[in-house]
Design a protein around this ligand. Structure first.
Ligand SMILES: O=C(O)COP(=O)(O)O
Ligand SMILES: [Mg+2]
Length: 222
């Protein structure tokens, strides 16, 4: 194919799949179990992007500023509840965004290396990809706890490029958040941002390119 890159690394939440309804349901199930009032879905959406431990800390505090304190009893209890509730209902409403499946299929048949690089922990990432029939497309899946560093660090992307045997400059990162853009820039990867994800303003992320649906990638040529 005329596609200008040898590989593509995709973020998961807000990029490949719209997972916010199930994330918010699990988050609010945690709050109800702890006798806290439920949060609006938009509030939970603003807490997503830094992995499950950060999400749980923010959901418990009701504030984006909260950071996980692994030693806290409440954080441990919140994590245990979130793990249980979210794993039970990972893909009730979660679906791939429009044109995602066809785009992955086209890249796969064009021998483009494909990776999923997410901050979501592996215990959720792998079953979610399986349940939605997406796992088969990826040569490599790097979750938030697969390596010692997660996005916005460069490591998930430099490691992915190494596994796919391409240079970072030959691998396009596609994401929806500041962490995706920062990780790509730190790794030396070109980066596209999707306009439909969980960032308040995709135009402000500093990506090289903005796309409004995934199959816009297929129109790129060198
Ligand atoms: O689970 C998160 O916090 C974010 O996941 P993502 O990196 O796939 O957007
Ligand atoms: Mg994302």
């Amino acid at each position: 194919m005329a596609f200008p890159y040898k590989a593509v690394a995709f973020d998961l939440d807000g990029t490949l799949v719209d997972s916010i309804a199930d994330l918010a349901a699990a988050a609010n199930a945690v709050r109800l179990a702890l006798n806290l009032p439920v949060l609006p879905q938009d509030t939970v959406e603003s807490f997503v992007g830094d992995g499950a431990a950060s999400l749980v800390a923010r959901v418990l505090a009701g504030s984006k500023a909260a950071e996980p304190d692994e030693a806290s009893v409440l954080q441990k209890e919140g994590m245990a509840l979130f793990n249980r509730f979210y794993l039970e209902k990972l893909t009730i409403k979660t679906k791939p965004y429009t044109t995602v499946v066809d785009t992955l299929r086209t890249f796969k048949s064009g021998k483009i290396g494909l990776a999923c690089v997410t901050n979501k922990p592996a215990r959720f990432t792998l079953p979610l990809l399986e349940q939605l029939g997406l796992a088969e497309f990826f040569d490599v899946v790097i979750a938030g706890d697969s390596l010692p560093q997660k996005k916005p660090h460069a490591l998930p992307l430099t490691h992915t490029a190494e596994v796919l045997n391409v240079k970072p400059a030959e691998m396009l990162m596609v994401g929806d958040s500041e962490n995706d853009v920062l990780s790509a820039k730190a790794a030396g990867c070109p980066v596209a941002a999707v306009s439909y994800g969980y960032a308040a303003d995709a135009n402000a992320l500093g990506a090289d390119l903005i796309i409004h649906q995934m199959d816009a990638l297929l129109a790129l040529s060198s």
